[in-house]
Write a protein that binds this ligand. Sequence first.
Ligand code: KG4
Ligand code: ZN
Length: 385
Amino acid sequence: MAVSNFSPAASDENSASWSLSNLEMDSEDSKREGHRATVLAIETSCDETAVAVVRGRDVLSSIVSSQIEIHREYGGVVPEVASREHVGAMGEAIARALLASELGWDGIDAIAATCAPGLVGALMVGITAAKTLAMVHSKPFVGVHHLEVHIYASYLSDPDLQPPFLCLLVSGGHTSYVHVRAPGDYVILGKTRDDAAGEAFDKVARLLDLGYPGGPVIDRLTCSGNKQAFSLPEGRISLPEGGYHRYDASFSGLKTAVLRLTDRLKAEALETGGDVPVADVAASFQATVVRALVKRAIACVEDYGLKTVVVGGGVAANSELRSQLQIAAENHNFRVLFPPMKYCTDNAAMIACAAVDNFERGLRSPLTIGARSKLSITDVAELYQ
Ligand code: KG4
Ligand code: ZN
């Protein structure tokens, strides 16, 4: 397919920044995809307004308008602001995605949108736009679960990926070890009992005055830090019968430990006139989170006899997580798959990819469906009743 006429618009402090990616579909891909469905999908669960067109597992267009610059000044996502920005960006995002796909509405088999979990006001914008398009163009509507799509992002790097496998879901709102037994059949083996891994990155970055979002900043900073500089506690969940939970995690104690450490280092720096070794603190924190995540992934793989681990969610972009999981995979004889970087954080290509599979399995959502701030991935079937 040809590359679209659009180039990303310049972004300034107060406007959303746009990015467009579309992939060349080679003839082998088109042969493999054959008659697979084509879906236009909309993602607005948090602070990215994204629209994509996917045929089978081939991304024909993927548009992301990020609000990060707007929320940065507040140190986190402001839900009301997010909803308003989605409304402003939606029309153009849809138009750009369709144009870049080089398809007309008659080339689209179904319209999809993220329905849960997420910020309700933000979700409503995407759902309303998608349902309106479905009605106007007489297309089926497929609601999608946001965590299921982070699993599907890995299908974009390996279209032949098949369950069973383990998905380590690590985003700003979730940290879960999901046993993917078959499409739509999920069992949560473990999860965080408090903060999500991405949330911990964001909170620690805030207390180190590094800005928002914290994950990418800490990741970059750790290049110049010593990850063995400070020993930090890896949160563990005690069991009533003794010992510790093999898969569940906790990150809030670690965040508190970083806070205490930083306070002490700031006091010392004041006394000596020296600097707080921020890069060392960040590197030690990141190494501790990654150690906790990788250890639990190994336990799941070993206990359930799994051969593949896929990683999904924004924290899947983390360089230390990528390298440590790769090492674990070699040592423990499993395969690890990371989505391409651009599909780690929120985008609509993964929404459309999941929607294609669900659509082809005969799943449709009623036009009466609304947004849900919470919905377990194990209850994803509720979107299709
Ligand atoms: O999946 P995502 O885009 O949104 C949610 O569904 O939550 O994930 C966003 C989260 C943020 O907490 C951000 O700090 C984190 O992913 N993140 C990272 C990295 N890039 C993004 N965390 C660690 N290292 C990174 N390189
Ligand atoms: Zn996400």
